[in-house]
Design a protein around this ligand. Structure first.
Ligand code: GDP
Length: 674
């Protein structure tokens, strides 16, 4: 006989989570609320809880090792106490980070040289004017008896002024927010539709449901909120903008198809976001399916189902017949209970945008999910670079509502513009302050645009960031043409981990580098290494926009060597010029308002409008810079192809007949160690 953790918890009148903690205290290793306990263990736990003995670690009895309960080694340190000691002895120092060595020295009333020496002993080599991040500065400050804390930015101060302190007594359970992910055609949309049709339909409103990007399902035991944009692309795009709204990912796998490439992608995306996964084995109505085979595949991906002794909850469902859907919903509620999802409804609201659009007549409409507090008509909200007073709110059935509490999806009207999915919102009380915050954010956004390339992790910048203690883990996404290479590179890369930096491959798969890889890289700040693969056009465009470092190799050891060199600071970029096209200058005109125009014939390749070019005369480069205009007759054109004529202007005026204009692409290439 055995009993599930959640059943025993119910019997004992405690939550599953409390029981699991208790079991861990007893050194009984259970994986989750669906794990089974054998009778011996159950009796022991019951005694323990009834006896209500003080929680003294040393006196606790050890259970014998049974099938369901493994005894864990008794070596776990107690981090809590260590933290207290640290808090006690240290004085608090609030500073603006990053801080230069010089400024930190002043604050610590120490000599800069002393600091530099101490940093050196930690293998951090800096000069007096270099900046230290929180970690490095914090570790030095500790030597001088201080604990540092980042001063709030002006914006944070403004926002903090409106947000109340979290009061644990006011927290109440909230509905889990669930996203469906999985391979195409495995039934994500069908499941969402089936759930909506059978569970959301409002009988009074005549069965009409509204598509607003998310919907809520009410069950006897609680509510579940579903995000209506299935798939990991949307999920990760939201995360890249800062909103990790999903509490649980339901991984949909079709029983007749099994694990497919996008199943693996979805798993990696969910794991990178640290969101728990519940598996829905779909299409169980079909004939000739082999669920055991599927479970084996899942186990190989570290998603061992609980009936096989793992901790992954796997529900069997059919979006066609509706079978198993109620069980799936219940499991989601159980999982939510485990996650202890709570929020205080009694405070100014904040949350995130799920989707938004501009509607004719209504203006900007945004579907938002409240994460805490209660959103009310008349509230002033700030979302990214937009704000507004809420004029009206609608729920997922298209009904007008006056307010929306935690996890409730609503459509809001009244914003100044259309926000982006994934942007966070706050309610604020003072419209003037809102404008100040927006102005500040605009400035910051501009600055960030400029810094975008610098902030993202790149192989070239890696060493400096390791040195400054900024990077402790280099995350990599790996794509290759065949499975064998993937495994080989992954192993070699992970072996490069040192004491200072850990290398981890967070996603690896056979195939070209696509948009979804780039989005994951951007959201998780990783680099992408490709081996014998190319990039999809969408992926390429997105990588430029997001500033993700992507490198493609043809030889395994070159990839591994580059990463190694980057970690050791031996990888300086070299500038490489790629020839794009050549234009022969046949005539030079002076055109009023435009200035000097070179009438050219494209003798080779292509001249793009925004290319960099070299003006060559007698085999010497006399000018190098951007093209300022490219025309065909009187029209501006995007590019001029081989065999065509065009007019080119440069910021350089001294162009002569017989000159050559060469268009080039300038790229930074990693220097290779030989
Ligand atoms: P998505 O790409 O993951 O959103 O998949 P869809 O929901 O569009 O489903 C793909 C196809 O599988 C459609 O033709 C559905 O009708 C079918 N399908 C989805 N769920 C089931 C199911 O449980 N049983 C059967 N027999 N077919 C299903």
């Amino acid at each position: 006989m055995s009993i599930r953790v959640h059943q025993l918890a119910k019997e004992l009148g405690v939550t599953s989570k409390e029981l699991i903690e208790k079991l861990h205290g007893l050194k009984v290793e259970v994986k989750g609320h669906m794990s089974s306990l054998d009778d011996d263990t159950a009796v022991l736990v019951k005694e323990e809880l009834d006896g209500a003995k003080p929680a003294e670690e040393k006196k606790k009895p050890k259970t014998k090792k049974t099938a369901a309960a493994k005894v864990k080694a008794d070596t776990v340190p107690e981090p809590e106490e260590e933290k207290k000691a640290e808090d006690d002895g240290l004085k608090l120092l609030k500073i603006d980070l990053p801080v230069t060595v010089k400024d930190l020295a002043v604050k610590l009333q120490a000599k800069p040289n002393e600091l530099i020496k101490k940093l050196l002993s930690r293998k951090i080599l800096v000069t007096i004017n270099q900046s230290l991040n929180e970690e490095a500065a914090g570790s030095i400050a500790k030597d001088f008896g201080y604990k540092i804390e980042q001063l709030p930015t002006q914006e944070e101060e403004l926002i903090a002024g409106y947000e109340e302190k979290e009061d644990p007594a006011k927290l109440v359970p909230r509905a889990p927010i669930v996203t469906f992910m999985g391979h195409v055609d495995h039934g994500k949309t069908s499941l969402l539709d089936m759930i909506r049709k059978t569970k959301v339909v409002d009988k009074e409103a005549g069965g009409i449901t509204q598509h607003i990007g998310a919907y809520e399902v009410s069950l006897p035991k609680g509510k579940v909120t579903f995000l209506d944009t299935p798939g990991h692309a949307a999920f990760t795009a939201m995360r890249a903008r800062g909103a990790n709204v999903t509490d649980i990912v339901v991984l949909v796998v079709a029983a007749d198809d099994g694990v497919m490439p996008q199943t693996i992608e979805a798993i990696d995306h969910a794991r990178a976001a640290e969101v728990p996964i519940v598996v829905a084995i779909n299409k169980i109505d079909k004939k000739n399916i082999n669920i055991d085979k599927l479970k084996k595949q899942l186990a190989e991906l570290n998603l061992m189902s609980e009936d096989w002794g793992g901790k992954t909850i796997a529900a069997r469902v059919s979006a066609k017949t509706g079978e198993g859907i109620d069980e799936l919903l219940e499991l989601l509620l159980l999982e939510a209970e485990m996650l202890e999802l709570r929020a205080n409804p009694d405070q100014p609201a904040s949350g995130a945008v799920v989707e938004a659009e501009l509607s004719k007549g209504k203006g900007s409409i945004a579907t938002v999910l409240v994460s805490k507090g209660t959103l009310k008509i008349g509230d002033i909200v700030i979302i990214g670079l937009n704000y507004g007073r809420i004029k009206a709110m609608f729920d997922d059935k298209g009904r007008r509502v006056q307010e929306a509490g935690p996890s409730k999806p609503v459509e809001i009207l009244g914003l100044s513009g259309v926000p982006l999915a994934g942007e966070k919102f706050y309610t604020v009380s003072d419209e003037k302050k809102v404008r100040e915050i927006i102005a500040m954010r605009r400035l910051k956004a501009e600055k960030k645009k400029l810094e975008n390339q610098v902030q993202k992790i790149t192989l070239e910048g890696l060493y400096d960031r390791i040195k400054e203690g900024e990077v402790k883990e280099l995350k990599i996404i790996l794509k290759a043409d065949v499975q064998g290479s993937l495994e080989a590179i992954k192993d070699s890369l992970e072996k490069l981990s040192t004491q200072d930096v850990k290398l981890s491959v967070i996603h690896y798969q056979v195939g070209n580098i696509n948009e979804s890889d780039v989005m994951l890289a951007s959201a998780s700040n990783t680099i992408i290494l490709g081996f014998h693969v190319s990039m999809t056009p969408d992926g390429k465009a997105l990588s430029k926009q997001e500033g993700v470092d992507i490198r493609i190799y043809n030889i395994i050891y070159e990839a591994v060597d580059d990463v190694k060199a980057a970690m050791e600071g031996m990888l300086e970029p070299i500038i490489e010029e790629v020839f794009l096209g050549r234009a022969d200058v046949r005539q030079v005109f002076k055109v009023s308002k435009v200035g000097i125009v070179a009438g050219c014939y494209i003798s080779k390749g292509l001249i793009p409008r925004n290319a960099t070019c070299k003006l060559i005369r007698d085999n010497e480069v006399v000018f190098k810079g951007k093209i300022s205009s490219l025309k065909h007759l009187k029209d501006d054109i995007k590019e001029a192809k081989e065999g065509y004529e065009c007019g080119i202007s440069l910021s350089y005026k001294d162009i002569k007949k017989g000159d050559i204009i060469e268009a080039i692409e300038v790229t930074k290439v990693a220097r290779r160690l030989k």
